[in-house]
Design a protein around this ligand. Structure first.
Ligand code: GDP
Ligand code: MG
Length: 748
């Protein structure tokens, strides 16, 4: 058995020896053996006797006295214990070291206190150990440090023998008491010295014996050297006294048993003013007064006792307050570890889940997290309090704070990870919900209120987040707030909202552009179709109310275009305003719309002047001029007609259209339309993303190196020349046909 110097040696607390049977401890347990070794199984024994969970509800008493004065016998009678006693024949010392046993009497029926632990201490004037005064001192120290009541067992005939062995023992007790308790007089417990006078003949009344003993004790006290400042202290300052006399066990066995029985009933709890001290002189007064209790929680008793004994055998300064603090530290740590087991069982799987999520990039919300955290925290702190609060208050408070810190660090991590999961999934859900609502609105065809969708989904998202956060608040934990997280969440929702609004703006822009395209498709197509009718052409006579001239084709195109876009801009602005787009965003949107619309127009014109299309239009234009007279009546060619003259006139007239078509310019100024001014400068708030999908426009985007003239060139010179040749061929064909028909008409 190791005799380590501190309390922290054997964590044998509560290691319930399940195999330890009551029989094994029939005679109690030898706490200290004859070699002064402490028994490491004390906690097992106290577990078997169910003392460990008793808290402060237990009592320790010790018996002192000369050897073979019937101490063990008395204890066995009083408490039903089975301490070894000397047989009448052998006359040899039986009790060695210090034995302990729990009271075996029916406590309730006899009115005894619960959980009395009795220590039977080896006789002190030992015939066998005579030389060993050392053990007497050590056992007295041990008994005083642990016991509330010291029974001093003496023969009646020893009373008054001032020089006797008992006085030596008592002197030791007094000295040891001063050594132990005087240092810290505030926490100094009192002890009861309970004199049991054996073989009382009855001739001398107990009071007389009592007085003699008190005189002797006072005399003894006066001879003891006391620490400075305590020279005048009285013995009553530290001890209470009680006296009882018992008849001769062998001569008066029945009376003996009767008196022992009566005595046994005094081992109950009493309540007296702790400040009052002195004699418990009434034969029926209870013995266990609160001020005697050493205030070592039962579950700490084995460690405490071992630590005390360790200090004693190693002749170290036995400082009880320090011992109690050490005990408290040791036990609080142990209790902390124990209560954390249940906490771990609940919390570790949740931590694992979150760690797994972190690895896989998921962020799942743990259901019931709040309930689990609250329950686990409450339980761990409550369990700790229940078991540890009995120990040294300062140490307990410190260890409780330590435990709380440990627990809260982990709970806080769970809490915050859950919040961030709620944040992530909330933002995603918000974005999805808005998109879905927009899609739903689009399907129905009805115009949906984007701003309202965003607002109501944002409220949804916020209240959902708050609900999730509320659900995981941990009661009593100062860190358990989510204000900051809610702020962050709100901020991100706002960011997502503006992103969604931008997307919605794009969708709106696309819709408006589509509208512009279909409008231009029709109206511009119509203008180009008019080319097919030569009657509006330059060959027509000049008079009032004439149909639109081919010369102002581009003026009409520009007017239609700008009017259409203006219309579109209004639509765009109205709609964009409805979902709270900022003036800047609207400005950018309009700018983009104008540019894109120009692209649409440009593409439409491109389509109209595509080789086949424009050739067809020119042919129609020409044919109209050639084959119809000024009144619009089809000509029937006769051979005498000036077919050639008509042909040349019509052809030349149509040919003048080609250069006109090649350039987009206004008739009044002969210059390109003011596209650059009309589109306007890029708004200051335009972002690269806004410009990403834009096609450069000559004369507007200077850096492209393309001029407005070039932008307005509809057909290049080569194309123009090519078109002229093709047109002439087509016209020639028509002419030949006309010629043929004139001749054919004649032969008919
Ligand atoms: P211990 O050494 O003080 O524990 O003494 P024991 O209990 O072993 O008893 C020593 C002897 O004293 C035994 O032989 C007992 O029978 C005897 N004895 C016990 N009680 C009494 C008593 O009240 N009076 C007398 N005269 N003898 C007793
Ligand atoms: Mg004995």
């Amino acid at each position: 058995h190791p005799s380590a110097p501190s309390l922290m040696m054997n964590a044998h607390f509560a290691s319930v020896g399940e195999d330890a049977s009551t029989e094994e401890y029939e005679h109690g347990i030898q706490v200290i053996d004859e070699d002064k070794l402490f028994n490491g199984n004390l906690s097992t024994y106290l577990n078997v006797e169910k003392i460990i969970p008793a808290g402060f509800n237990y009592h320790v008493i010790s018996v002192f006295g000369s050897q073979s004065t019937g101490k063990s016998t008395l204890l066995n009678y009083l408490f039903g214990t089975q301490f070894g006693v000397m047989s009448e024949q052998e006359r040899r010392q039986t009790t060695k070291g210090i034995w302990m046993s729990k009271n075996k009497r029916e406590e309730a029926s006899r009115g005894m206190a619960e959980n009395i632990l009795v220590m039977d201490v080896e006789g002190t004037d030992g015939r066998e150990r005579g030389e060993d005064q050392d053990f007497e001192r050590k056992s007295a120290l041990f008994a005083l440090a642990t016991s509330e009541v010291l029974i001093v067992n003496i023969w009646e005939h020893q009373v008054g023998l001032y020089q006797g062995a008992n006085m030596g023992l008592l002197k030791t007790v007094f000295e040891v008491n001063l050594q132990l308790f005087v240092k810290d007089s505030k926490t100094m417990p009192r002890s009861l010295l309970f004199f049991v006078i054996r073989d009382h003949l009855g001739t001398t009344p107990l009071t007389n014996l009592q007085n003699t003993l008190i005189q002797d004790l006072s005399k003894l006290w006066s001879t003891i050297s006391k620490p400075a400042g305590l020279e005048n202290s009285r013995i009553e300052d530290y001890f209470d006294f009680a006296f009882v006399a018992l008849p001769h066990k062998i001569l008066q066995p029945e009376k003996f048993e009767q008196e022992v029985d009566k005595l046994g009933r005094r081992f109950k709890e009493g309540y007296t003013d702790p400040k009052k001290s002195g004699l418990l002189d009434e034969a029926s007064l209870p013995i266990f007064l609160p001020q005697y209790h050493r205030r070592i929680p039962a579950d700490g008793f084995p460690v405490y006792a071992e630590g005390i004994w360790d200090q004693i055998v190693n002749n170290k300064d036995l400082d009880l307050p320090t011992q109690q603090e050490l005990l408290a530290q040791f036990r609080c740590d142990e209790i902390s570890r124990e209560v954390l087991i249940a906490f771990d069982e609940k919390v570790t799987p949740l931590e694992d889940t979150q760690a797994e999520d972190a690895r896989s990039g998921k962020s799942s919300i743990i259901p019931e997290l709040g309930a689990i955290m609250n329950a686990a925290r409450t339980k761990v702190l409550k369990d700790f309090e229940t078991n540890a609060s009995r120990y040294h208050k300062g140490v307990y408070a410190r260890k409780k704070a330590e435990l709380e810190g440990k627990v809260d660090t982990r709970l806080k991590a769970l809490f915050q990870k859950q919040l961030s999961a709620a944040h992530k999934s909330g933002v995603e859900a918000f974005s999805n919900a808005v998109s879905a609502a927009v899609k739903g609105g689009q399907k129905k065809g009805a115009s949906y209120d984007f701003a309202q969708i965003v607002e109501s989904e944002k409220q949804n998202a916020l209240s959902k987040f708050e609900k999730e956060a509320q659900a995981i608040l941990v009661e009593g934990a100062a860190w358990s707030t989510y204000k900051q997280e809610l702020n962050l969440y709100q901020k991100e929702l706002d960011q997502v909202s503006s992103r969604l609004r931008r997307e919605e703006m794009r969708r709106l822009a696309t819709r408006v552009e589509r509208w512009v395209r279909s409008r231009l498709d029709e109206s511009i197509g119509l203008e180009f179709n008019k080319l097919g009718s030569g009657r509006g052409g330059s060959g027509a006579p000049e008079h009032g109310d004439r149909p639109p001239s081919e010369k102002d084709l581009w003026d009409r195109v520009w007017t239609i275009f700008t009017a259409t876009v203006e219309d579109a801009e209004k639509r765009f602005t109205d709609r964009a305003r409805s979902f709270d787009a900022s003036p800047e965003e609207v400005e950018v949107g309009l700018w983009r719309l104008r540019r894109k619309s120009w692209g649409v127009l440009r593409a439409k014109i491109e389509e109209e002047v595509m080789e086949g299309n424009i050739l067809l239009k020119l042919r129609e234009n020409f044919e109209d001029k050639f084959r119809y007279d000024e009144l619009g009546v089809p000509r029937i060619w006769r051979p005498t007609d000036d077919i050639e003259g008509q042909y040349t006139k019509a052809r030349e007239s149509t040919i003048t259209l080609i250069p006109l078509l090649c350039r987009f310019k206004l008739s009044k100024t002969s210059a390109p339309p003011p596209l650059d001014a009309w589109i306007g400068d890029a708004p200051a708030s335009v972002s690269p993303a806004d410009e990403e999908d834009l096609t450069p426009i000559g004369g507007v985007d200077d850096e492209e190196g393309k001029s407005l003239e070039e932008e307005m060139t509809i057909l290049s010179d080569t194309k123009q020349a090519d078109l002229l040749i093709r047109f002439k061929k087509t016209a020639d064909g028509v002419y030949v046909e006309a010629k043929r028909s004139a001749i054919g008409g004649m032969t008919q």
